[in-house]
Each structure stands twice: as structure tokens, then as C-alpha cells.
Design a protein around this ligand. Sequence first.
Ligand code: ADP
Ligand code: MG
Length: 155
Amino acid sequence: MSSTNQKVTQEFYIANEADMVAFGEGIGRTLRAQSASQCVFLNGDLGAGKTTLSRGILRAFGHAGAVKSPTYTLVEIYEFAERRVYHFDLYRLGDPEELEYMGIRDYFSDGSICLMEWPERGRGILPEPDLFIDVTVQGDGRKIQLTAKPNLVLA
Ligand code: ADP
Ligand code: MG
């Protein structure tokens, strides 16, 4: 574990899809423990496992079912009793300015959680993430690097 600028980096190896969902659930519990809005960037190539991880995160909030990739709709809304989770996929975003038109700022309020796949497509418009998750293929599994504000460090 290393720390720079009050951000902490942690690295994990996740061997398979089931473990990925379980790992996401752990991240989700940490997010859920925060009362303020949280912005999570999910970085990684197509097929890295970003949506799988999002499914685990959503499970921690009480969403048991499947998670569809909001590739064409840009965002899928999950409504829970205490807060909303927005799952973005900006892969098909043409211009970051489009996020302004959809009123992106309103999504980062009221204790909402924003999960963002392809956040680099929203560069210049999106805020700094509270948690940055980098996923890369490593052998049959995945390497995950978390860079987080201290309150989001995994136990
Ligand atoms: P992305 O959203 O990054 O494009 P997906 O979440 O759709 O990627 O996952 C792509 C594939 O990777 C799926 O077939 C999924 O089962 C697999 N996968 C996810 N996590 C892991 C893991 N930790 N180890 C091995 N395979 C994984
Ligand atoms: Mg995806």
C-alpha cells in the first residue's frame, strides 16, 4: 500500500468472475458506508471486467439481478430506499460536452453513487473521482488497482 497526496493505492488479483462480483460487493459496502455522494471511475479495456465489478457494487446496495451495459443510453439508474446509484458507460459518448447537456452535475448530489465506465471520454467535464479502479487482464484473472481517498480504503 502506498500513499501520495492523501490518496491510497491498493492492488489485488481476482482469479475469476464470481470472485470479481464478491470483490465488487466489498467495494460497494465501503461506498454505502459513506453518506456523501461518491464518484467511482472504472478504467480498463473492453472485456476487462468493469461491468462485472459494477454488478458486485450494486449487489451491496441490494440489487440482486443482472446489470445491463448502458452503452447506448449512457446511464442506467438504480433506485434504492436511501439513495440512487447511477451506472454510466461513456464508451459511445462523442463529445464530453454532451454530458453538460444531460445535466451531469445533478447526478453528483443527494448522496448518489456514480459508477463510470470509460470515464476518459468525459475528460474535462467529470469531477475528480473519489475512487479510481483500474482493471487489467492478468493471465486467466484480473489485476485491480484501487486509488482512493482514505475513507474509501478497503479493510
Ligand atoms: P467490461 O465491462 O470491462 O467490458 P465485463 O464486465 O463485461 O467487462 O466482463 C468481460 C468478461 O470478463 C466477462 O466474460 C466476465 O465474466 C469476465 N471476467 C470478469 N472479471 C473476471 C475475473 N476477475 N477473472 C476472469 N474473468 C473475469
Ligand atoms: Mg462494460
